[in-house]
Design a protein around this ligand. Structure first.
Ligand SMILES: C[S@@+](CC[C@H](N)C(=O)[O-])C[C@H]1O[C@@H](n2cnc3c(N)ncnc32)[C@H](O)[C@@H]1O
Length: 325
């Protein structure tokens, strides 16, 4: 279940008056359907790119209108089909879901599920992810670290009520603002996507590529180095002169280097032990890394650089690359 939850952007939107039976009029989505139009626009904003669907999105619509509140409609971008940008056809998909006979969570059409779950159930389902309550007076989003696995909570045209806010407090949701003005819910979703898209692009551009290694050499982003540390996406040549002076060889790792490797929110440390694995990582260093709750990967350098490149796509990785024997 946790794997399935990884790397998704989630939005939970409460529709305080949204109709909970399928007998509403498709020509009156704002009126008899209880401002269902707002939720339909949220579906558009959550999933549509110009010529594609965002697959890494899950949207929970909490319908609290009459006659059968609550209903939760869950839309999953990995599975969703038959979604068109026009609101009327999406309204028909929602109406089909509301006409389903319910027994637990039921699939209505591919990627669209309906249940009798309430707001707190949805929050509980997403509680292993970073939880963000979008609100005008929250912390500026530009100063907030956004995890890969994140859930944003928004309201429709009415503010969340006290009970809904107290649920968010209970789950320690972080109140975050998208700017000084009071915006439409669907526009907030677009702004969130844009913020994360830009950060992801920057992250990709910044990512170091270790291209190849041979005896005494490693090529990183087109430049040739000898032994290096990679810390917080920066390449730092190892001070081999100093290492030889202290240890008589560069086949050991200094305390100073361990300190550097532990810098900058690191999640994994990769150590390339040389072309034939002669560099040693003593138990004291292993213990220090383990007790900082950081994963340690030790491997001969040709293998280590491959591991570095693939791990760095997902996690913050620092490395020490030894290039000789
Ligand atoms: C139209 S607003 C809600 C009602 C409105 N605040 C009112 O005065 O009645 C819709 C939702 O979008 C989100 N929102 C609107 N503007 C925002 C902003 N500047 N920053 C963060 N979230 C915002 C909030 O979750 C809000 O509940």
């Amino acid at each position: 279940v946790i794997l399935e939850l990884e790397g998704m952007r989630r939005f939970i939107v409460i529709g305080h008056r949204a109709a909970t039976s399928g007998d509403f009029n498709l020509n009156d989505l704002c009126g008899s359907a209880g401002r269902l139009d707002i939720l339909l626009r949220c579906i558009n904003s959550s999933f549509f790119l110009s010529h594609a669907i965002r697959r890494d999105v899950e949207l929970f619509l909490i319908l609290k209108g009459e006659p059968h509140p609550p209903r939760t409609i869950r839309l999953n971008g990995r599975e969703i089909k038959y979604l068109n940008p026009d609101e009327r056809s999406t309204a028909a998909l929602i109406r089909n879901a509301l006409l389903k006979k319910l027994n637990g969570e039921v699939r209505s059409t591919p990627g669209i599920y309906i249940s009798k779950r309430n707001f707190e159930d949805a929050i509980e389902k997403c509680s292993k992810t970073q939880l963000i309550y979008l609100k005008e007076d929250g912390e500026n989003i530009r100063n907030v670290r956004i995890e890969d696995d994140v859930t944003f909570v928004l309201s429709d045209d009415r503010n969340l009520n006290e009970e809904e806010e107290s649920i968010l407090e209970k789950y320690n949701a972080h109140k975050v603002s998208l700017g000084p003005l009071d915006l439409h819910t669907d526009h907030c979703i677009i702004l969130v996507h844009n913020e994360i898209d830009r950060r992801n692009k920057l992250q990709k551009e910044k990512m170091i590529q270790v291209e190849s290694t041979s005896f005494g050499k490693v090529i990183i982003d087109g430049k040739t180095y000898g032994d290096v540390l990679i810390v917080d996406n920066e390449v730092i040549p190892r001070n081999k002169g100093l290492l030889r002076k202290v240890f008589g060889s560069s086949h050991k790792i200094s305390e100073e280097e361990v300190k550097k490797l532990l810098e900058g929110d690191v999640e994994v440390i990769v150590i390339g032990t040389g072309q034939s694995g002669v560099l040693s990582v003593n138990p004291h260093i292993r213990e220090k890394i383990k007790s900082a709750n950081i994963e340690l990967v030790v491997s001969k350098t040709p293998e280590a650089i491959k591991l570095f490149n693939s791990l760095a796509k997902e996690k913050k990785v620092n490395a020490l690359i030894h290039t000789t024997c």
